[in-house]
Write a new protein. Structure first.
Length: 433
C-alpha cells in the first residue's frame, strides 16, 4: 500500500511546540454549518469563505478566542484562484467591530473548506489577504466535509485549526529518514522562507447566553413553521380600493378562505412546547441506545473472532491474519474486562431489595396523593356545611306568611274567604267598595 503524498504546506513541527492556545465557541460552528448547508441547498457556485472574530491576548503564550463569524464575498481572478472583494470585506469588518464593542472583538482568522490532507495552494491568496487585513497573525479553521458525509462513531468536531508561520524551505526536495546522514550545505547562502501551516489544539468554551441559545435549538423551537393556505384568495379580497358592498363581500370571502385553510391544516402541524421537549428527549435517548447497541455489536464481533485459546494459541499477528481469527489485543481485552466489571455497579446484585425499595417509595407517593385528595374533599364538605347552615338560619328567621298568601296557596275562592270572615282589606292588598 502506497503512502499518501506529503502536503508541502504543512509544517514538520509538532503541535505541542506552539505557544498558541485556541478556545472555540459554538456560535461560529453553527454559523459555518448553516452557511455550508445554505450554499449546498441553493447550488451556490464559488468559494465558501468567512472571517472569524474574537480576542487575542498574551505575550509568552498567545490565547485566541473565536466567538463570532461572518461570511465573505469572493471573486475569481485570472489565475483561477478565488480572492476576497477586499473593499467590501474592510467595510463589513468595520461594521462588525462597531457591533461587537463590549467586549471588543477583532479579526483573528478565517474559515473555509479544507480536505483532511491540509491546506493547498488555492488557499494561499485568500490567506495572504487576511494576513494583510489583520494586525496579528491569523488562524485558519478548516471544515472537513468528508467527515460530515461519512461520520464515524466517537469522532470529534469535523474541523482543524491551523497556524501559519514563515519557515525555512528544505531545498533538498526529498524527505530523509530519521538518523540518516544529511548533506552539509554552505551556511552563507540564505535559506528561502516559505509559508507553512501547523495544526493547533483547541478547546471549546460556552457562555451563559450561548447555553440558552443551544438549549433553544436542542428543544426544536427554531424549527417552527407556518402552514399557508393552498387556495389563493380572491382578487377583491386583496384589493384595498374596493368599497361598499364589494368590500364587505371581500372580507367575508377572506374569512371563509382562512376558515377552510384552518380546517384543512393537519392537526399536528404545530406542536406545543411540551411535545417538542418530549420528542427531543426521546430522540436523544433513541440515539444513545442506537450508539450503545452498535458499540456492543462491535465488541461481540471482536470477541467472536478471537481464537479458541487466545493466550496459548496464536502467538503472532501473522498467524492470526493467515486464518479467520483475529490476533488478541491485551489492551482491548483489559478494557472489556473493566467494562464487564463496571456493569455490576450499574445493575446491583440485590435486585429484590431494590425492587422492594422502589415499591415502597411508589406507595409513599401514592399515599401522599390520596391524603391530599382526602383533605381537599374534607375542605369542600366544610364549605357545603357552612352554606347549608346559612340557608337554614335564614329560613328560620323568615316572618310568617300573610293571610292572602295562605289563601292563595290553599286555592280558596272569594266566597269562602268572605264566609271565613277574612278581611282582606286589612291586609292592605285588596279593598272592596
Amino acid at each position: 500500500m502506497e503512502d499518501p503524498p506529503v502536503n508541502q504546506l504543512l509544517s514538520t513541527q509538532k503541535p505541542s511546540d506552539s505557544n498558541v492556545q485556541v478556545a472555540l465557541h459554538p456560535l461560529p460552528i453553527l454559523e459555518i454549518s448553516d452557511y455550508i448547508t445554505r450554499a449546498y441547498q441553493r447550488g451556490q457556485n464559488g468559494a465558501i469563505v468567512g472571517a472569524l472574530l474574537g480576542q487575542q491576548s498574551g505575550r509568552e503564550i498567545t490565547q485566541i478566542t473565536i466567538e463570532h463569524s461572518f461570511s465573505c464575498k469572493t471573486s475569481k481572478n485570472e489565475d483561477g484562484h478565488y480572492t476576497l472583494d477586499f473593499q467590501w470585506f474592510k467595510d463589513r469588518l468595520e461594521q462588525m467591530k462597531l457591533v461587537h464593542k463590549d467586549p471588543p472583538l477583532d479579526l483573528v482568522g478565517w474559515y473555509t473548506l479544507v480536505p483532511k490532507s491540509g491546506p493547498s495552494s488555492h488557499h494561499l491568496p485568500i490567506h495572504n489577504q487576511f494576513l494583510e487585513a489583520s494586525k496579528e497573525s491569523t488562524v485558519l479553521l478548516g471544515f472537513h466535509t468528508e467527515d460530515v458525509l461519512h461520520p464515524a462513531a466517537g469522532n470529534p468536531l469535523p474541523l482543524t485549526i491551523y497556524e501559519s508561520n514563515m519557515e525555512a524551505e528544505d531545498s533538498s526536495g526529498e524527505s530523509q529518514a530519521e538518523g540518516e546522514d544529511k548533506e552539509m550545505k554552505d551556511l552563507e547562502s540564505p535559506a528561502k522562507m516559505v509559508l507553512k501551516f501547523r495544526e493547533l489544539p483547541f478547546t471549546t468554551e460556552t457562555g451563559d447566553a450561548e447555553m440558552i441559545a443551544m438549549q433553544f435549538i436542542r428543544e426544536g423551537g427554531a424549527n417552527a413553521t407556518v402552514e399557508e393556505s393552498k387556495r389563493p384568495l380572491p382578487e377583491s379580497a386583496t384589493n384595498p380600493n374596493a368599497k361598499g358592498k364589494q368590500r364587505a363581500l371581500s372580507k367575508e370571502e377572506e374569512a371563509k378562505a382562512k376558515a377552510e385553510a384552518a380546517s384543512q391544516a393537519p392537526k399536528d402541524a404545530v406542536l406545543s412546547k411540551e411535545d417538542s421537549e418530549l420528542i427531543s428527549a426521546l430522540q436523544a435517548k433513541a440515539n444513545a441506545v442506537k450508539m450503545m447497541k452498535a458499540r456492543l455489536g462491535l465488541l461481540i464481533s471482536y470477541l467472536e473472532r478471537l481464537p479458541p485459546e487466545p493466550f496459548a494459541g496464536l502467538q503472532t499477528s501473522t498467524d492470526a491474519l493467515a486464518g479467520q481469527d483475529v490476533a488478541p489485543s491485551y489492551n482491548i481485552l483489559r478494557q472489556i474486562q473493566a467494562l464487564v466489571t463496571n456493569v455490576e455497579l450499574v445493575t446491583p446484585r440485590q435486585q429484590d431489595a431494590l425492587e422492594k425499595e422502589m415499591l415502597q417509595e411508589s406507595n409513599d407517593v401514592k399515599l401522599i396523593s390520596l391524603v391530599k385528595d382526602l383533605l381537599s374533599s374534607v375542605s369542600e364538605i366544610r364549605e357545603v356545611g357552612k352554606k347549608f347552615a346559612i340557608t337554614d338560619i335564614a329560613q328560620a328567621q323568615k316572618p310568617p306568611r300573610r293571610a292572602y298568601d295562605s289563601a292563595m296557596n290553599q286555592k280558596l275562592s272569594v266566597g269562602e274567604i268572605i264566609n271565613q270572615k277574612l278581611v282582606i282589606g286589612d291586609a292592605g292588598d285588596l279593598h272592596f267598595g
